[in-house]
Design a protein around this ligand. Sequence first.
Ligand SMILES: Cc1cc2nc3c(=O)[nH]c(=O)nc-3n(C[C@H](O)[C@H](O)[C@H](O)COP(=O)(O)O)c2cc1C
Length: 408
Amino acid sequence: MTAEEALTDDPDADTRRAPRLFTPLTLRGVALKNRIVISPMQQYAAGCDGLPTDYHLAHYGRLAMGGAGLVFTEALCISPEGRLTYSDLGSWDDACVEPLARIADTMRKQGAMPGAQILHAGRKASVQRPWDGFEPLSGIDIGERGEAPWETVGPSALPANPGWPTPREMTRSDIGAALAEHAAAARRCREAGFDVLDIHAAHGYLIHTFLSPVSNRRSDDYGGSLEGRMRFALEVADAVRSEWPDDKPLFYRISCIDDEDGGWTLDESVELARALGKRGVDVMDCSSRGLGLRGTPVVVPREQGFQVPFAERLKRDTGLAAMTVGLIMEPAYAESVVAEGRADLVAIGREALNDPNWPVHAARALIGPKSYESVWQPRYGWWLSKREKSLEAARRERSGKSGKESLL
Ligand SMILES: Cc1cc2nc3c(=O)[nH]c(=O)nc-3n(C[C@H](O)[C@H](O)[C@H](O)COP(=O)(O)O)c2cc1C
């Protein structure tokens, strides 16, 4: 079935083969009801303690009600120093377990598998919230909001962007501490009851900066060759796996390319994915770019599914499952990506902010009106199904009458 055939208002659509987007996927002991994932999206809504609030409960509950098989929390920062802003959620204190457990439980009760993501922002830490400028914190922020900048760290003393603060080069003891923080964060996510965990190693944050030769100029065994640059990323996977249950899947988000001269390449991503697969990673979460500035140079058109080829390549060459993300907005397109085997999972980000019901609307588009009964939760679907039938009956009656009138 082509994507065009899949997108239909035809009431008989239900008799066709079920769209692949709505087929289940089991990863280790976790069964996802469909292939739609809500991508991690920071909300910058926490207080300085990094703890979730009622806002987060409502936000994630709403996203879970939208029908995705898996909903990720935003990045949960593994240490206060690893935050982007003073409003990031954290996973550094045992106090986060209880409120995170409420979020995980709420997601599950609304029909989505609950996923968490963990992050250390590295040299991109200590910035303003997006709407305050998204620039590195400075004396101005102390004056305006009492928010003092803090020291950032990275594999080498190289700033993320010209004019940005220079991070401190991490010592081996810093590296050991970061590994322990990743493991402790994974433990807290486990204790909170999440079913899926995603390690954020993309977008110029700490792990990504170890991978890329642009940001990693170390001369010890954490730099230099591909093997050296991958060392920290693999050790993080080991540390996290040591705390993450064997029956729960581990995702790993990478920037598959840097898109910079001398930067990290897709071939290197394949090598990394193979090594991660041997360390218990199940799904490659395929993003790209962001090593430095957020507005990276546009060398490929930013169109729907522009990152799908990365997932396709990693899936094909490693045998691991792959998730794609990036400007996916049309149900028929998402269906084609899964149906053609280019990715196992399709993650939706901003489109879910635009329409938290995107997954169930995709079901309506791909499956037809019966999706109100088969996919939508009954508290909404029962009424919408009745509405659809009564509108259809009214349409028939109208066209019947106008048909008679035209005969007279
Ligand atoms: C508000 C916002 C916050 C984001 N926060 C995160 C994050 O916490 N972790 C992450 O891996 N990506 C983050 N991203 C990137 C998204 O997960 C996603 O990869 C990106 O938005 C592209 O997908 P989209 O075009 O469907 O939005 C964020 C994106 C947005 C718009």
